[in-house]
Design a protein around this ligand. Sequence first.
Ligand code: ADP
Ligand code: 5GP
Length: 230
Amino acid sequence: MSIVYIVSAPSGSGKSTLVNELFKMVRHLDFSISYTTRPPRGSEQNGKEYFFVSREEFEAMIAADEFLEHAEVFGNYYGTACRFLREAEARGNDLLLDIDVQGARQIKEEKIPDAVSIFILPPDREKLEWRLRNRGLDSEAVIRRRLDTARREIENYSKYDYILVNNLLEQSADELKDIVLAVRLLRSGAEPSGEEKRRVESAQACRLEQARERVQPILASFNPQAVKGT
Ligand code: ADP
Ligand code: 5GP
């Protein structure tokens, strides 16, 4: 059975960057290429970052029950095709889904309860805003909308198994790798050896229960009013 990893994050937190780094370091892990009705951005290519389809094509796939989950994000459809999981299983690989909080909920609650969910957070609101601007992909209006959505999305952090605060890129990429490999190891039933013990401890430190305190100042930076009121 393949292990399914779900990674979610408010836009601009560095999820794509971290996932790219992860794939350089971990083998036997497939990336589920989602279908979307949004147009390609920048240098995106059909079949690489996404499969870009029309609303009609997407709705035909929903009707044919071809999606493991699907959701509407920023006014466009996004969905994970069932075939990616079948293909990963046939290859003996694990599968990583880069999906939003609605998709993560559908997978964990309805389809694959033992999927491993990881929520990536920016260090604070100011750094998220800086990263969105510095990325240079979005208009001012889109940046404002992404920041507003981030404030709401972040409140869902406690539904995830692991929390990763993307402060220093190299360290965060290592932590993501530690989570993926530690879960693999623990599920295999093997006893962790020297380096593997360190990895299991590093992953453990990202467990939701361990991360709650670290998350509070980040939440406060997005919603100072709520904190003043508590
Ligand atoms: P997402 O996929 O979450 O929308 P990206 O991976 O596109 O975010 O990252 C947003 C921007 O932030 C990019 O310009 C990226 O190079 C930068 N970035 C990612 N991680 C870090 C980090 N740890 N420190 C500083 N900048 C980062
Ligand atoms: P973007 O348009 O910036 O690439 O992605 C917008 C959001 O859609 C991100 O939060 C991303 O994780 C999410 N997303 C991408 N693919 C899927 C998918 O297949 N299903 C769901 N539910 N969300 C997705």
